[in-house]
Design a protein around this ligand. Structure first.
Ligand code: GCV
Length: 686
């Protein structure tokens, strides 16, 4: 990378490969990149290929839109010239229909050629990025055949950026989209971000925080220009722009004194606003709404249910083929900690399940992966898969709010894989979350995932260099949720750090172990929430224990955990019969979730033969030791990684070590003092 680089290139570094079997083959014959579509997206696909071939393999190609018979890479949109359809099998045609692509090499007149075919220009762009990835990852390939289609139709990234440049739960500097109330002056960076997103198949972006403050409320009208200018950039890479809106915008704008969805003036107000948006941005994606949540107004404010509230907007958006993404993160956020009946975990299901079938076709419910809020360990939300007549999106959090805030290493793909592999048993044929997000369990047209971005204007985008792997991994799962955490880690490492075996093996192990390590020195067995209130970094066992947020561990001197079985809060009853039976029983319940579902004495014996209290002590000591081990492993790479990235990661790991010790000592001391039970191994507890 040149010295003047203003920011890192992440997995699009395209470093020169010293030897690639494919290289002589391509070098001797590929001279041109030809495309039969002239859209900006298709041209960008050609540009990406040209520049990657030049830097990775030192092949200089010219671009042309005249298709001729000589060694070339052909970017063919079969919808532009249907003749090409004849050369493809039915199976291939089906796969390339919705943004899928075929990439294959073939020899003709002793020239090597590569065909990238799709039925859309966006598919061509994805195919181009796939070829670039393949050249770097499978450098010894001598022929190419890739036929891929994305599992998720909606492949969304949610930004929690505010126009003043701040980011809610942002751990990588300030926003690179906005500064001082305006769009950022560094448009090139926004464009490079769009490239990064397109390279992992993301097709939709929500450009502002779901907590819509009054300034951002005007992105739909007074400041629509900002929305338009951003959408002009993202469109070049096949990405649709969405806005988070304030449900009470008609009131906040000063136009009306109600936002009641049944009020005709309110409807007319939205009709005009939405028409104006589509007048400026004809391919605008639609709205994302957080309503009746954490003090934000919504339909409940006006005595309407969420289907009534959502459908009003959905009907208007439908006229423009727009979507309404409606978040299900709704709960009573002013709970009394003395109240042992109300269970925040039950809220989303209680509110939405009875409304199944009542939402319009273009409403998509966005459901967080767990019933609480992105803790290091939660069960899968029982709402996912429980509304067969309603479109759903799974919401993940890439930004590491509760998982170390990009100071700690926490590769989240293994956590997401557990969610995707979860069987809801809500449908006879397709009830894995992986199938639900791939649209296999409903007749609904819209399905997929959304995730909260972990990027900011730091040089390395994500605060921690290795946290780039989470953004990369999210994109790869959108495309193919069956990919393993190992495969994704490996791809990302080779693209980002090259293919030195020691480097790859060390980083892969660090990534794959990191979630479990983080979990072991933070909160035990699914309890969650032992964090400092507000900013959520570092330990505070009772931080939320007597608060209004409904997040309690209820530890006393005898026992810990919340009884969420049918004898307790009844949360388990929201699951399908099969899962309910597993969670009801403390013997069958997966141990990592034991204290989420059950209240147990510290003397309870786990499958390991250890008592619960000894498990808490042991895992906290072990977690810190493992961080020390990671530091040792990383340190061995000093001569193999550039000094900038090496020392950055080392500093982060050292910070992680200090903070993990704090976690260990605070949590262990808390339980020692509560219970008076000593550590079996007599280690230092305070
Ligand atoms: C955007 C949690 C976070 C909030 C976030 C909220 C949400 O409560 O702490 O910062 O607000 O989730 O997902 O809406």
């Amino acid at each position: 990378m040149s010295r003047e680089a203003k920011y890192d290139k992440c997995w699009l570094r395209h470093e020169k490969i010293k030897y690639a079997a494919i290289s002589p083959l391509l070098k001797s014959s590929v001279k041109k990149i030809m495309h039969n579509s002239n859209s900006c997206i298709a041209q960008n696909a050609a540009f990406e290929l040209r520049s990657a071939l030049e830097t990775i393999l030192e092949i200089n190609c010219s671009l042309s839109n005249n298709i001729s018979n000589e060694g070339a890479i052909f970017l063919i949109n079969v919808s532009v010239e249907s003749d090409y359809r004849k050369t493809l099998s039915l199976h291939e045609l089906e796969a390339i229909s919705n943004d899928g692509y075929l990439v294959k090499s073939f020899i003709e007149n002793s020239f090597t050629n590569i065909l990238i075919a799709s039925a859309s220009d966006t598919g061509l762009l994805y195919g181009a990025f796939a070829l670039i990835r393949l050249i770097q990852i499978s450098a010894d390939a001598t022929e190419i055949y890739l036929l891929e289609k994305p599992a998720c139709k909606l492949r969304m990234i949610n930004h929690w950026d505010n126009l003043d440049g701040s980011i809610e739960r942002g751990y990588a500097g300030k926003s690179f989209l906005y500064e001082n109330g305006h769009i950022s002056s560094d448009k090139e960076r926004i464009r490079d971000y769009a490239r990064l997103l397109a390279s992992i198949g993301i097709n939709s972006i929500v450009i502002n925080n779901v907590n819509v403050h009054s300034y951002e409320t005007t992105l739909i009208d007074e400041r629509l220009e900002i929305t338009k200018r951003l959408s002009d950039i993202f469109r070049l890479y096949g990405i649709k722009t969405f806005l988070s809106i304030n449900y009470a915008s008609p009131v906040d704008s000063g136009a009306l004194n109600t936002a009641d969805p049944q009020n005709l003036e309110v409807q007319l107000w939205w009709k005009n606003v939405i028409a104006k948006i589509y007048g400026e941005i004809p391919d605008f994606g639609g709205f994302l709404v957080k309503a009746d949540s954490e003090h934000i107004p919504g339909p409940h404010t006006y005595g309407r249910n969420h289907a009534e509230g959502a459908n009003m907007l959905a009907d208007i958006l439908k006229e423009h083929e727009g979507l309404l993404i409606w978040r299900c993160f709704v709960y009573n956020c002013t709970q009394n900690w003395r109240d042992r009946i109300t269970d925040r975990a039950k809220a989303a299901y209680d509110i939405y399940k009875p409304l199944d079938g009542e939402f319009r076709e273009n409403v998509v419910l966005q459901v967080k992966n767990g019933p609480m809020d992105f803790q290091v360990r939660e069960p899968v939300s029982p709402l996912l898969g429980a509304m067969p007549k309603t479109s759903q999106l799974l919401e993940l959090q890439i930004t590491q709010e509760y998982t170390g805030q990009q100071k700690h290493l926490c590769y989240l793909v293994p956590q997401w894989k557990e969610v995707l592999n979860f069987n809801t048993h809500t449908d006879d044929e397709a009830s894995l979350i992986e199938q639900i997000i791939s649209g296999k369990s409903t007749s609904s047209k819209f399905f997929g995932m959304a995730a909260i971005a972990n990027v900011g204007n730091d040089f390395n985008w994500t605060g921690h260099y290795l946290a780039q792997s989470n953004l990369y991994g999210y994109g790869r799962l959108l495309w193919n949720p069956s990919l393993s955490a190992e495969t994704i880690a490996n791809e990302w490492i080779v693209l980002t750090f090259g293919n030195d075996k020691e480097v790859a093996d060390t980083i892969e192990k660090m990534l794959l172990d990191s979630w479990q390590i983080y979990e072991s020195y933070t909160s035990p067995l699914g309890i969650g929430w032992m964090v400092n209130p507000g900013h959520h970094y570092g330990p505070s066992v009772d931080g939320y224990e007597y608060s209004k947020w409904g997040t309690y561990h209820r530890a006393d001197s005898e026992a810990i955990g919340v009884d969420r079985t049918s004898k307790g809060t009844g949360y388990t009853l929201q699951y399908s019969e099969k899962n309910m039976r597993i969670y009801e029983s403390k013997e069958k319940c997966p141990e990592e979730l034991l204290l989420f579902f059950h209240r147990l004495p510290y003397s309870y014996v786990l499958k390991s033969g250890k008592t619960l209290i000894q498990h808490i002590y042991d895992s906290h000591f072990k977690g810190v030791n493992e961080v020390e081990q990671m530091i040792e492993n990383w340190s061995r790479l000093s001569s193999k990684i550039d000094v900038g990235r090496f020392s950055h990661v080392l500093n982060r790991l050292n910070e992680q070590l200090e903070n993990s010790k704090e976690w260990r000592d605070v949590v262990n001391s808390y339980f020692y003092r509560k219970t008076g039970i000593s550590d079996y191994l007599n280690r230092e507890i305070f």
